[in-house]
Design a protein around this ligand. Structure first.
Ligand SMILES: Nc1ncnc2c1ncn2[C@@H]1O[C@H](COP(=O)(O)OP(=O)(O)OP(=O)(O)O)[C@@H](O)[C@H]1O
Length: 254
């Protein structure tokens, strides 16, 4: 990508058969100090996701769907197991133990995370939010500016909202801004944490369209959707947390 930042010391390519993500027996629990007890987040999760695949994660509420996604993005630190990720910059790395500097590089350049919530600095306009994200991935000002504009236009973000603060935006507008912010870095691997939950059917259809576009462009995705029927035809396989394995779809990476 033009003007994109690169990481010194990028390492060798790996065979095409290597899955993009290979989660091996990952567990994560939480200690609730005030209550003096432990809560299980997710237990013994193993799954592989092939390059370009879209895997849907299902399971009852509290079964650990968000916990495993956060372990991959490393906002949760796994307690045991490995999360092998076939990165473009460093080859295969274990996200469970990767040093912070390279983890931040991967978040800025390779792995995106989209939820239904828009976390941002107060009094920052929609344009500034996307621009700040672009500046993590691109070096020259021209590329930052043009990619910001391109993404806001691409995701149909209404022009009259570009220079407003997002606190008054609708759920669909916030989500589109969230997606534009994540996508401006052109991640090769996207984690989707229930992004469509608060949306009406028209906005959901728009998200599905975006996901279809991303899939066609080769982006690998792992997503939690409560309404998996809605994702039918886009989702290649379904991993169910209670079953502890894939329950639908053909195996690409196994
Ligand atoms: N930061 C945390 N501190 C303490 N407990 C947590 C934390 N994050 C998750 N948990 C607990 O871990 C378990 C799994 O939570 P998680 O959010 O992963 O479930 P989920 O399958 O995504 O649920 P839902 O579909 O309702 O969003 C729950 O019992 C939850 O209370």
């Amino acid at each position: 990508m033009s003007g994109a930042k690169s990481f010194a010391g990028a390492s060798a390519a790996v065979p095409a058969s290597t899955p993009l993500l290979d989660i091996q027996d990952v567990s994560k629990g939480f200690t609730l100090h005030a209550a003096g007890r432990r809560v299980s987040g997710c237990e013994h999760i193993s799954m592989r996701v092939g390059h370009g695949e879209f895997v849907g994660v299902t399971g009852r509420s509290g079964s650990g769907k968000s916990t495993i996604l956060k372990c991959i993005y490393r906002t949760n630190l796994p307690e045991s197991g490995k999360i092998l990720y076939d990165s473009a910059a460093f080859g295969v790395v274990d996200l469970a133990t990767l040093d912070e500097r390279r983890m931040i590089y991967l978040r800025n350049n390779e792995i995106g995370y989209i939820s239904q919530f828009l976390d941002c600095v107060p009094r920052t306009t929609a344009r500034q939010i996307v621009r700040a994200s672009a500046s993590e991935a691109f070096e020259d000002e021209e590329a930052i500016e043009s990619e910001t504009t391109r993404m806001l236009e691409h995701f149909d973000f209404p022009k009259n909202l570009w220079d407003l603060y997002p606190n008054t935006f609708s759920g669909g507008e916030k989500l589109r801004l969230n997606i534009a912010r994540a996508m401006v870095r052109r991640p090769r691997f996207l984690l989707l944490d229930e992004p469509t939950d608060s949306l009406d059917n028209a906005s959901k259809a728009k998200v599905r369209e975006l996901i279809e576009q991303l899939k066609a462009s080769g982006t690998t995705m792992l997503g939690i959707f409560h309404d998996l029927e809605f994702m039918e035809g886009v989702c290649d396989r379904e991993y169910n947390m209670q079953a502890g394995g894939f329950v639908a779809g053909s195996s690409v990476a196994e």
